[in-house]
Design a protein around this ligand. Structure first.
Ligand code: GRF
Length: 190
């Protein structure tokens, strides 16, 4: 299954996919795209000779122009599926009309959507949080849930310590979900 992976940060979820691919998972990362310069994700891709591109909102006149540009860049790779793995932009209507997109989120949706899922959960005082893999729709973290994993919040957890524990589960979840979606392609027609 051909994947384009979109990143904004360190790219450890991407790395998990690249490692799973190397170990024989039925996925192939054909390109990695970023919305900003200097992401760890682009470096990780380059180290595995995976083509990369950067498409920044500020280089376009309008958000719609950016959406059209990133849609073209991704479409050129003819992916079966796009993975938003720590990609911190909301994809627009052109993109979502052209591609099926899976996102990973560091909280148990529908609780704590948005860019601060880990800190919002911690501040709320929940005892259990986790991660969610879901289809992307026009909303922010509102699409149909595919898989979730729960993580206990420990006394003394900081945003960083909690996020690190979530990310261990998140990476495993993402690899498992994509392997499952590669094996059963019925989602292509739904
Ligand atoms: C992940 O927890 C993702 O869900 C969140 O940001 C983190 C990205 O981590 N939006 P990485 O860049 O894959 O290491």
């Amino acid at each position: 299954m051909r994947l384009v992976v979109l990143v904004s940060g360190s790219g450890t979820n991407l790395q998990a996919l690249l490692d799973a691919q190397a170990e024989g998972a039925p996925i192939k990362v054909v390109a990695v795209g970023a919305d900003r310069d200097g992401t760890g994700g682009v470096v990780r891709a380059a180290l595995r000779n995976v083509p990369t591109f950067t498409c920044r909102v500020q280089d376009h006149d309008t958000r719609a122009d950016w959406d059209a540009a990133i849609t073209r860049l991704v479409s050129a790779q003819a992916p079966d599926l796009v993975v938003s793995a720590g990609f911190m932009k909301v994809l627009g209507p052109d993109f979502l009309a052209a591609h099926k997109v899976v996102n990973t989120h560091p909280a148990l949706l529908p609780s704590f959507p948005g860019a601060h899922g880990v800190s919002d959960a911690l501040e709320h005082g929940v005892k259990v949080t986790g991660c969610t893999c879901h289809w992307v729709d026009a909303g922010v973290d509102t699409g149909r849930i595919i898989e979730q994993r729960a993580i206990r919040v420990e006394d003394g957890d900081t945003v960083e310590s909690l996020h690190e524990r979530i990310k261990v589960e998140e990476r495993a979840m993402l690899v498992e979900v994509l392997s499952r979606l590669a094996a059963d392609r019925t989602w292509r027609t739904t």
